[in-house]
Design a binder for this molecule. Structure first.
Ligand code: FEO
Length: 180
């Protein structure tokens, strides 16, 4: 029958890529939740920053989604846990996000090693983009945390930083993929 999917056992790389797809979807939801939190806190620049990051994560998820399909494998969207909805301070929110990015980096390293062990060259090459992207993501979050730390006790400083964060734009690849 046209379009029917064959019943077959998932291979290890396919299973791990599906897990990572769901992690990226969680990440998008997490930044979206941070956006809502900052809107409530009247930190609209912080909210804009998180809006852009949520779109980035959606783009990451989409890249993995497309790759799974292109390999002729099955996409398996799983139950995605709800992210936190509030944080004690802007610094607490961004530090939690940095911790999350670090765990994603480790997940990509494991996935890369698995692709290597399974002799799956296409996946290994595909994952190289994500390994580089995670270096950028961690550096960006570290920089944001450092800036917030510097103004944490200064309402005027926080106001200025909020204005700075409001200027964050989507990167070119995400913008063209998301039509923004
Ligand atoms: Fe998709 Fe922030 O890593």
């Amino acid at each position: 029958m046209a379009g029917a999917r064959q019943e077959r056992k998932q291979n290890k790389v396919e299973t791990a890529l599906n897990k990572q797809l769901n992690e990226e979807m969680y990440s998008s939801n997490m930044y979206r939740s941070m956006q809502a939190h900052f809107m409530h806190e009247n930190l609209t620049g912080f909210a804009k920053w998180c809006d852009v990051q949520a779109q980035e994560e959606n783009y990451h998820a989409r890249r993995i989604f497309d790759f799974i399909i292109e390999r002729g494998w099955n996409v398996q969207i799983q139950h995605i846990q709800g992210p936190p909805t509030s944080w004690d301070s802007p610094l607490a929110a961004f530090e939690a996000a940095l911790g999350h990015e670090r765990s994603l980096t480790q997940a990509f390293y494991k996935l890369y090693k698995l692709a290597e062990d399974e002799n799956d060259i296409a996946t290994r090459i595909f994952l190289q983009w994500f390994v580089s992207e995670q270096v950028e993501e961690e550096a960006m979050l570290e920089e944001a945390c450092a800036k917030i730390r510097r103004v944490a006790d200064s309402p005027a400083g926080m106001y200025m930083l909020d204005r700075e964060f409001s200027g964050r734009a989507a990167d070119t690849a995400t913008a063209s993929a998301e039509g923004i």
